[in-house]
Design a protein around this ligand. Structure first.
Ligand code: C2E
Ligand code: CA
Ligand code: CA
Length: 780
């Protein structure tokens, strides 16, 4: 499985690398043109500087033109000129001004008499007939202190006939050029200078070199450099100096000058140094950026995935069953919301898993969870603990008679009562449908047992729900033990056994677990096991008890009753047998065997030519709930070829009452087939007779207990009379069971009872004994 953190880191890293690559590429593209640009910049500088020099020179030329054209000058009258020239303002660049005659004699503002016939201007103007010149620099022959390079700018003076009658010139200190040259700041990696046509240095940052050095003194590798500079007028050339350092010379011819060229010499390295510097700076920032990006990526992938990973851990823990985990809701993004939803969902799951919606109590899962923490966390090991199971008796019936809503209210009511009863640190939970399980604790065993007995009083009392008052009955099983001596599983098992025994012995009681109860259960399991083999071992048989028709004293019905012939269990009441069989699916097998056996026997009697009787078979509630019960009976009737009207099914009053809807449908189906239906043990349940008007029944069998007591107990009499009276009104036959005496018989006959069953006529007997009763009237 891929880790989201690694994935995110990889993506961020890939992004960073792509960005890095792109920046390098962009840097190279940007820097590629930089040398050309830098070179262009230098060319521009050199052009501008050359122009500046050019303008300066032009200024001088204009000035000398103006002087030479002035009327005073043109008189060539020295006296007048002497007055005039010094009045012309000269700035610091001018050394002096001179006027000369064609014979070379001259006067200057600084020297009274001088001869210029050996000077350049003389030659050019008087001999070569030029109008004006700018001389090459030369050392001022008149300068007093130190060498001083000067340039003369001269112009002819003409008379009206345009004949050269003299010249005027300005002497300028070359320094003014040096100033321009020095102004260019090349930060020590280059310098600017001016050379003339011959390569002689005209201006230089080092004034000593002027007219004493030639360009060739600087350029070492290239002989025709001077010629190339002169030819090209403007451009750039490469050369090496005396130290073999490579330089670039940007040059531009100075317009209006005597073939001077302005040069900027700069180390080639310098141009690239700048670029390399820039490149390095850019690379450095990219690398720093990249490192920051990597650090940020790691940090970001961590901070971003941290909550995701912690959520993942929470989910896994919850999936592993720990519903108490909490996701971090404080994450300041959608994950926080997701965590909140998850927590809400977990709360709901917890409620569904651990809570019972009807009673608001824990359910069994919640109980176990709480219990394990309470049993283990208790600091006092010799505390006494108790598990109590409270089971409502006949809860199914309460549900059937009063409806599920009422049933829920009963549960809720009882839950609240018990909840108020328990102390802090104790637990109550809804166990199974109609059962509650409690964990109680105390210091003394006896004290705890007394509390449980009090609990029984609390549970078994009259309650009022929805304006209906009734006495609630419960079966309570409890196990009390020292915490250190018992496990949770054991103590719950023991309480369950105790409760089971209470149920088996009729309910409405409270029992504490002891060893004998376990033995009882073990014994019961052995019986169940033996019963399981009873059919295949041929140990089951049916006996029949005749039911006598009062109107003709004849046996028209016989009730089939089950017997177990195994010598170990010969005396066992079929009631106990049936109860054990009902604890498993064994009852279905036995019930089916009984039905088939009874039908077969009845058909045999008919085949033998006896007057046909109805065989009445007891049906357990569980059988009636069996999905294919109707089909099973249909099959048996087909197989045994017994007509349905000779089969009667006895359904006890209580079993007929549970889950009425489905049973009603089944009973109706059986009735429609022609099978007779009777309600057994009538009067023992809570049902009202009117309820039975809904059921398609043929016979009501008044329970034996009423018959037994009727002669000494007025109440029983009243009940019997009421049942007979009401049965008549809905046209249902009445059978009285358990009739043992003549008195009972006479009374019942007199009251209009239709059928009599009991020892008075016959005990349940073998099928052969029945044959003797079938074709004769019974004595009464
Ligand atoms: P029950 O359906 O009420 O059956 C009548 C019981 O009353 C029988 O007991 C019968 O022997 C007894 N009895 C009849 N007349 C008298 C009398 O005058 N005095 C006294 N003291 N008893 C009388 P038995 O055979 O012991 O059956 C007990 C119960 O076992 C039956 O009560 C019935 O609920 C159940 N049972 C028996 N056989 C079957 C069966 O095949 N299937 C089912 N589901 N239950 C059966
Ligand atoms: Ca019966
Ligand atoms: Ca009965």
């Amino acid at each position: 499985m891929k880790s989201i953190r690694k994935q995110m880191l990889v993506y961020l890293m890939i992004g960073a690398l792509i960005l890095f690559g792109m920046l390098i590429l962009a840097t190279n593209i940007i820097l590629k043109d930089l040398p050309t640009q830098t070179k262009e910049q230098y060319s521009e500088i050199v052009n501008a500087r050359a122009d500046e020099v050019s303008k300066e020179l032009q200024g001088f030329v204009d000035q000398i033109n103006m002087i030479s054209n002035s009327s005073i000058t043109r008189t060539m009258d020295l006296e007048q000129i002497k007055e005039y020239l010094p009045n012309i303002l000269l700035d610091g660049k001018h050394r002096n001004m001179t006027i000369a005659y064609p014979d070379g004699r001259g006067w200057s503002t600084s020297i009274d008499e001088l001869d210029i016939s050996n000077q350049e201007q003389y030659k050019e103007i008087f001999i070569n007939g030029k109008d004006g010149i700018i001389s090459q620099p030369f050392i001022n022959p008149y300068s007093k202190g130190g060498k001083e390079a000067i340039v003369t700018i001269a112009h002819s003076v003409k008379d009206d006939n345009n004949k050269t009658i003299g010249l005027v010139n300005i002497v300028i200190k070359v320094d003014f050029l040096n100033n321009i040259v020095r102004q260019i700041d090349l930060k020590g990696h280059g310098y600017s200078w001016i050379v003339n046509k011959n390569g002689d240095v005209v201006a230089h940052s080092n004034p000593k070199t002027i007219m004493s050095k030639n360009i060739k003194d600087y350029i070492h590798n290239d002989e025709d450099t001077v010629e190339r500079i002169s030819e090209m007028g403007s451009g750039v050339i490469e050369y090496k100096d005396e130290n073999d350092v490579k330089l670039l010379a940007f040059f531009h011819r100075i317009k209006g000058s005597p073939d001077w060229t302005f040069i900027i010499s700069i180390e080639e390295m310098e141009i690239y140094r700048e670029i390399n510097g820039l490149k390095n700076a850019m690379l450095l920032s990219i690398v720093i950026g990249l490192i920051s990006l990597v650090i940020f990526s790691i940090y970001y992938s961590r901070t971003l995935t941290e909550p995701i990973l912690s959520l993942k851990e929470t989910f896994i823990e919850a999936a592993n069953g720990n519903l108490n985990v909490k996701a971090n809701e404080k994450i300041p993004n959608e994950l926080g919301l997701a965590a909140k939803s998850f927590n809400t969902m977990l709360e709901q799951i917890k409620d569904l898993t651990y809570k019972d919606s009807i009673t608001d109590l824990y359910n069994y899962n919640g109980f176990l969870l709480e219990l394990s923490s309470k049993m283990e966390a208790s600091p006092v090991k010799d505390t006494i603990a108790a598990i109590v199971i409270v089971s409502i008796d006949d809860f199914k019936r309460i549900n059937t008679i009063k409806g599920y809503k009422f049933g829920d209210s009963v549960l809720y009511n009882l839950a609240q009562n018990i909840n108020n009863f328990i102390n802090h640190g104790e637990i109550i939970a809804r166990f199974l449908g109609d059962e509650f399980i409690l964990f109680l604790q105390g210091k003394e065993e006896e004290e705890l047992k007394d509390r449980i007995i009090d609990l029984r009083k609390l549970c078994n009392r009259e309650i009022e729900i929805m304006d209906y008052q009734f006495v609630l009955k419960t079966s309570i099983g409890a196990s009390v033990a020292r915490k250190a001596d018992i496990t949770i599983d054991e103590i719950i098992h023991q309480a369950t056994v105790a409760k089971l025994i209470v149920k088996k012995t009729g309910g409405d009681n409270c029992r504490f677990y002891n060893y004998e109860l376990d033995q009882f259960i073990i014994e019961e399991q052995k019986i169940e096991n033996d019963l399981y083999h009873s059919i295949e071992n041929n140990e089951l048989k049916l006996v029949y008890q005749p039911i006598i028709e009062v109107s003709n004293n004849k046996v028209e019905t016989v009730e089939a009753l089950l017997r177990w012939t195994n010598p170990l269990y010969k005396t066992m009441s079929p009631l106990v047998m049936i109860a054990i069989a009902e604890q498993s699916s064994l009852i279905l097998e036995i019930g089916q065997w009984v039905l088939k056996q009874a039908c077969m026997q009845n058909k045999t009697w008919q085949n033998k030519g006896y007057p046909p009787v109805v065989v009445s078979v007891n049906v357990s509630a569980i059988q009636l709930e069996q999905r294919n019960f109707v089909e099973m009976i249909t099959e048996i009737l087909q197989e045994t070829k017994l007509e349905p009207k000779y089969l009667e099914l006895e359904i006890t009053e209580s079993s007929a009452m549970d889950g009425v809807e489905e049973k009603l449908i089944k009973i109706q189906q059986l009735k429609d087939m022609g099978i007779r239906i009777s309600i057994d043990d009538f009067g023992t349940g809570y049902s009202s007779l009117s309820y039975f008007t809904q059921l398609p029944i043929d016979t009501l069998k008044i329970d034996r207990s009423f018959i037994m007591n009727m002669l000494k107990d007025e109440n029983s009499k009243i009940i019997i009379n009421t049942i007979i009276y009401m049965a008549k009104s809905i046209q249902v036959d009445i059978t009285a069971e358990g009739v043992e005496t003549k008195e009972q018989l006479e009374y019942l006959k007199q009251r209009g009872c239709d059928k009599i069953q009991g020892y008075y006529y016959s005990r349940p007997v073998d099928h052969l004994d029945i044959e003797e009763m079938l074709d004769k009237e019974m004595d009464c």
